[in-house]
Ligand binder design. Structure first.
Ligand SMILES: Cc1cc2nc3c(=O)[nH]c(=O)nc-3n(C[C@H](O)[C@H](O)[C@H](O)COP(=O)(O)O)c2cc1C
Length: 291
């Protein structure tokens, strides 16, 4: 199947940042996944925030890791031993078009790029870039001018994501990834202080599934480039829902913290569902919009 000029063996991808910046984890997941997306990387290394930076609770995860990552050139060296059993999408963060262009040059061996326009907890990066639509347009235009590889823009539910998706489409992005974590926080009732060292962070997992689904639905109605759904997906039924809402592929993140086999399990259920219903995955995409 093809999603935004990327050939995938199945529609289930690993979401960015979930398994850290080690190629070993990517290699393991790549054997089953349609594609893997790396942890977001910028030109300089970032330490990230002090602990606690991840909190779990009954409905999901709250994190403010702070885009901790090795310097781009070190990460590129690490990724050279990627096993190539599926496409490798490198997720990039930066604060201006020049930084993104430089990153694309460093990772010229990638099969595609995902632009992080949506991380909710890093000053001057992610969501703070995504909220400047002129800047987003410039970044995508410059990146597209530097590479023939597919370029996906990852958007946030905390912004006007439909308008942003339209800007990305007009700048010739190959697809929209919706969504990143949603802003949130937790307060410790004993110390009476915010739990995260950064005070607030991003919510992921089951809690955000209905939010992500609505974003996919809305974006699908307004843009013609592929939408890749992400947020709270943990089983094959979730994947079917996202496809019906308009997702041409999906990404799985937090569910990996419960099982490393999540993609294999999803594929088993999804393939049975498709067989029983006599459908291809492509037939599901956007079906719920038809009246
Ligand atoms: C610990 C952690 C780190 C993450 N790091 C990144 C990142 O580096 N870049 C990015 O675009 N998204 C990052 N995300 C967001 C995920 O890729 C995904 O968009 C989000 O978690 C929603 O999907 P989920 O509910 O399946 O986890 C991170 C999420 C978590 C939980």
């Amino acid at each position: 199947m093809e999603v935004g000029r990327l050939n995938l063996k199945n529609p289930i991808m690993l979401a960015s940042g979930i398994l850290g910046s080690h190629v070993g984890s990517l290699n393991r997941i790549a054997k089953q996944a349609g594609a893997v997306v790396t942890k977001s990387v910028g030109l300089e290394g970032r330490e990230g925030y002090k602990n606690p930076c991840i909190v779990t609770w009954e409905c999901g995860i709250l994190n403010a890791v702070g885009l901790s990552s090795p310097p781009a050139k070190d990460f590129a060296r690490e990724l050279r031993s990627f096993n190539k059993t599926c496409p490798l999408i490198v997720s990039l963060f930066g604060s201006n078009p020049e930084e993104f262009v430089e990153l694309v040059k460093i990772f010229d061996f990638a099969d595609g790029f995902e632009l992080n326009l949506s991380c909710p907890h890093a000053k001057g990066l992610g969501l703070e870039v995504g909220r400047d639509f002129d800047l987003v347009y410039e970044i995508i235009r410059k990146v597209k001018g530097k590479t023939n590889k597919p370029v996906f823009a990852k958007v946030s539910a905390n912004l006007d994501y439909v308008e942003l998706a339209k800007v990305c489409e007009s700048a010739k992005a190959d697809g929209i990834v919706a969504i990143n974590t949603v802003r949130g926080m937790a307060i410790d009732i004993v110390s009476k202080r915010p739990v995260l060292s950064n005070v607030s962070g991003g919510v992921s997992g089951k809690a955000i599934k209905p939010i992500a689904l609505k974003c996919v639905w809305d974006i699908y109605e307004e843009v013609n480039i592929p939408v890749i759904g992400c947020g709270g997906i943990s089983n094959w039924k979730d994947v079917v829902e996202f496809a019906l809402a308009g997702a041409k592929a999906v990404q799985v993140g937090s569910a990996f913290y419960h099982s490393y086999d999540v993609i294999g399990n999803i594929l088993e259920g999804l393939n049975s569902y498709l067989r029983i219903n006599g459908l291809r995955f492509e037939d599901l995409v956007g079906l719920a919009h038809r009246r």
